[in-house]
Design a protein. Structure first.
Length: 182
C-alpha cells in the first residue's frame, strides 16, 4: 500500500530504506517517483505563433518550382512579341513602298532607319527600337528588320518578276510579300 503524499511533496516511501521497512517493491518505488515528478513539473502549453522552418522551406521550394516553369515561358512570349513587332513594321513598310512606287513611276525607295527615325523620301518610320534596312532588287525591294533585344531577324521582299526570286543573304523571307522570321 502506498503512503499518502504529505504537504512538502515528499512521501515516506520515496527513500529505499523506508520502502523496504514497510515491504514495498523497488518497482513501485520507481513508479511512485515518476508520478511525483510528473505532478511536480507540469507541462506548460504555449500558443504557437508564426511558421516553422519546415513550412517556410516548403513554400520556398514551391515558389522555386513555379518560377522554373514560368521564366522560360515568359522569355518565349517576349521573343514572340519581338517577332510580331518586326513583322508589323515590315507590313507597314510594304504599304509605304507601294504608295512610293505609285508616286514615282514604279521605282522603290531604299535606306536604313532605326525607329523612330524615318527612311528618307519614303516617309516611313519603324517602331522604336526596330532597325529596318531596305534595299532595291531587280523588279522590287527587299527589307530586313532587326532588334537589339534579339539576335534573330525578320525579312520581307516584293518581287514583280515571274517567278519571284528570293533575295537570300540575311533576308529569311522565301515568298514575295510575306514577312518571315528566322
Amino acid at each position: 500500500m502506498l503512503a499518502p503524499r504529505n504537504v512538502s511533496g515528499n512521501c515516506g516511501m520515496c527513500h529505499p530504506a523506508v520502502a523496504v521497512a514497510i515491504g514495498v517493491s523497488p518497482a513501485k518505488i520507481l513508479f511512485r517517483r515518476a508520478q511525483l515528478f510528473l505532478k511536480a513539473a507540469p507541462i506548460q502549453h504555449r500558443r504557437r505563433t508564426g511558421f516553422t522552418l519546415i513550412e517556410l522551406l516548403i513554400v520556398v521550394v514551391i515558389i522555386g518550382i513555379l518560377a522554373a516553369i514560368a521564366i522560360p515561358k515568359f522569355a518565349y512570349t517576349k521573343e514572340k512579341a519581338y517577332f510580331a513587332t518586326m513583322k508589323a513594321d515590315l507590313r507597314n513598310l510594304a504599304a509605304a513602298q507601294e504608295g512610293y512606287a505609285a508616286d514615282n513611276g514604279g521605282a522603290y525607295a531604299s535606306g536604313t532607319a532605326t525607329g523612330p527615325g524615318v527612311i528618307t523620301g519614303l516617309g516611313y518610320a519603324p517602331t522604336s527600337g526596330v532597325t529596318v534596312d531596305v534595299t532595291t532588287i531587280p523588279n522590287g525591294w527587299s527589307a530586313v528588320a532587326s532588334m537589339a533585344a534579339t539576335p534573330r531577324k525578320c525579312g520581307m521582299f516584293v518581287s514583280n518578276s515571274d517567278p519571284p526570286a528570293a533575295p537570300g543573304g540575311t533576308n529569311p523571307a522565301t515568298s514575295s510579300g510575306e514577312p518571315r522570321c528566322n
